[in-house]
Design a protein around this ligand. Structure first.
Ligand code: FES
Length: 581
């Protein structure tokens, strides 16, 4: 190519997205000169360029195997004739993110989108795993619309404490609850702390990370069978190699996310979310991904899907097993085979073939007790239920498969905490006026309230009740809870209290009714009284002076829009889910 010649329309490889120096020929000349400084030949630089997003970080042990995965992806790319180029984006770990990882998910999605768009690549491999990373990457990839394939780091192994198998983080919460109730001492809780995370990788139960791994496979954005292999296994490394090879094929065929992600694949993802007893966070993340493509999720329709989609996967916190068991039982192909009658089989996958075609070639079923047959579920309905009422006009979510059946039809007296600090100050006070039949209410932990909608919806049982043996109570908030948690916990109350949702006006002593059967969450006061209280209080939307926090508080949406920034969502509706069958 002459130095002054313009790159052809639809430029590929290193010619894509040239830096603007006012002379495109010079821009390519300069780019090549710089990358040749790393020792590349013209032959290497003529190949399809496959970007590999490296989210390895010493702050993120869930991604501790990233170097090994990158090496395997590169091998796969080169075996298929491509040029692998890894690059970093931010990495977000649940326990190392203040105030909460959700506050940073949209920032990571923007980083992912813009770096995919800014740098020359014909396809991109997204390596994520910990809860917010996979949603952030899928949101960014959906918006960038360059051929993209997700690789998850895989789940951690389980450990053992005094002969009992344990894993993060359902058992973290269970043992911490026992410690708070004085059932175990400081020495034992310290021993447990050594065993809960037995290797690098993501949480070993059906928490948010595992949920999003399964959901991504259902979306078609991952190699078939790639969702479940634990982080430290040969299977996980093979999946990584296969991901690299597949990425090159996607680059050659131009298989972009908009050909894979549509209303049907989003609906398949929701089906899987329900059937795995998946994290309540899953609905927020799927809504955000769909929102990037203009696909609206109707919560009433989701609830209707839940009534016909049983929980088939017997994993904690809804069941008893761990992700490594799910993998040995056949993983997602085995589950998708059971769900086949409920799925859209003509959806496209990263393989270039439809989900139905992939399922036709799936390994035969074998005897196991982790993924149940459709007619022998571990829970007869879907894992999640959508509640409405005067307390949550925009909806609320409960993970019914992990709730206490006795409490799912319950009326009780509200014990209100105005915010997380108020709860921390008073929840363990022996003088707190609370009984096991009361309903704990926590305000101001929604998208703008905390900010970032932290996973504080899993309120601890007040210490004096925990010591008396109380294991569960009805708890209500506008926040989220970890996918690894269980209990009768109403979450994502919309609109949130910090912007004046009805939750803001609940007072200690009010009566609240929860009826999962009727899908109801109601504050038992008159409309006039609720309006009077609302008129009494002037609520100002939280704000900040500068920086990312200002952007966040000014533009974050509510849970029913995925807690995405309003300016990142698609400007037009392209589809609605569920679709008519
Ligand atoms: Fe990373 Fe649970 S903390 S997946």
């Amino acid at each position: 190519m002459s130095q002054k010649k313009q790159p052809p329309a639809g430029a590929a490889g290193l010619s894509k997205g040239l830096t603007n120096y006012g002379d495109t020929g010079f821009s390519l000349f300069l780019r090549k000169a710089f990358i040749k400084g790393a020792g590349y030949t013209d032959d290497a630089l003529s190949r399809p360029v496959i970007g590999i997003v490296d989210t390895g970080s010493s702050y993120n042990p869930c991604h501790g195997n990233a170097p090994q995965l990158i090496e395997a992806v590169k091998r796969g790319v080169m075996l298929a004739g491509g040029l692998p180029v890894d690059f970093p984006t931010i990495s977000v770990h649940e326990s190392f993110s203040h105030p909460t990882s959700m506050y940073l998910r949209n920032l990571m999605s923007m980083d992912t989108e813009e770096m995919i768009r800014a740098q020359p690549m014909d396809a991109v491999v997204l390596i994520g795993g910990c809860d917010k990373t996979v949603p952030a990457q899928l949101m960014g990839a959906a918006s960038a619309n360059v051929p993209a394939i997700q690789l998850v780091t895989g789940s951690m192994l389980t450990g053992a404490h005094r002969g009992e198998r344990v894993g993060a983080c359902t058992d973290c919460r269970r043992y911490w609850g026992r410690y708070r109730a004085d059932e175990i001492d400081a020495a034992e809780i310290s021993d447990v702390n050594n065993q809960l995370v037995a290797s690098v990788g993501t949480c070993s139960v059906m928490g948010t990370a595992s949920t999003m791994a399964c959901v991504t496979e259902a979306l078609g954005m991952m190699v078939f069978g790639g969702g479940s292999a634990p982080a430290v296994t040969a299977d996980r490394v093979r999946v990584a190699e296969q991901t690299g090879t597949t990425a090159v094929a996607m680059a050659r065929s131009g298989l972009t996310p908009d050909r894979i992600l549509d209303g049907k694949s989003i609906e398949n993802a929701l089906r899987v979310l329900l059937a795995i007893g998946g994290s309540t966070n899953g609905i927020v993340h799927i809504t955000a991904i769909a929102g990037r493509l203009g696909i609206d999720i109707d919560l009433a329709g989701l609830d209707a899907m839940s009534k016909e989609t049983p929980v088939l996967v017997d994993l904690k916190p809804s069941g008893q097993h761990y992700m490594e068991d799910f993998h040995k039982a056949g993983g997602m192909p085995a589950l998708l085979r059971e769900l086949r009658p409920l799925l859209h089989l003509d959806t496209m996958t990263v393989s270039g073939r439809t989900l139905g075609e992939m399922l036709d070639e799936a390994p035969a079923a074998f005897a196991q007790d982790v993924i149940r047959p459709f007619d022998k579920p571990i829970y007869p309905l879907g894992g999640l239920a959508v509640l409405r009422g005067n307390l949550a006009p925009g909806g609320a979510i409960i993970k019914q498969s992990a709730a206490n059946p006795r409490l799912m039809e319950h009326e009780g007296r509200a014990v209100v905490f105005e915010n997380a600090e108020d709860m921390a100050l008073r929840i363990d006070d022996d003088d707190l006026d609370v009984t096991a039949e009361d309903i704990l209410v926590l305000k101001r932990i929604g998208p703008t309230g905390a900010p970032g909608m932290p996973e504080a919806g899993y309120m601890p049982i007040p210490r004096k009740l925990a010591r008396a043996g109380v294991k569960d109570m009805v708890r209500i908030s506008d926040g989220r809870m970890s996918g690894t948690a269980a209990g009768t916990i109403v979450l994502h109350v919309t609109p949130e209290s910090a912007i004046g949702g009805p939750l803001a006006h609940v007072r200690t002593g009010d009566r609240i009714r929860l009826s999962v059967k009727n899908r109801e969450i109601s504050l038992l006061i008159s409309d006039e009284e609720l309006a009077r209280r609302a008129a009494e209080v002037k609520i100002e939307r939280p704000s900040a002076e500068r920086g990312y926090r200002k952007l966040f508080l000014q533009t974050v949406t509510q849970a029913d829009q995925g807690v995405d920034f309003d300016f990142l969502r698609a400007t037009e509706t392209t589809d609605k889910v569920p679709r008519p069958r």
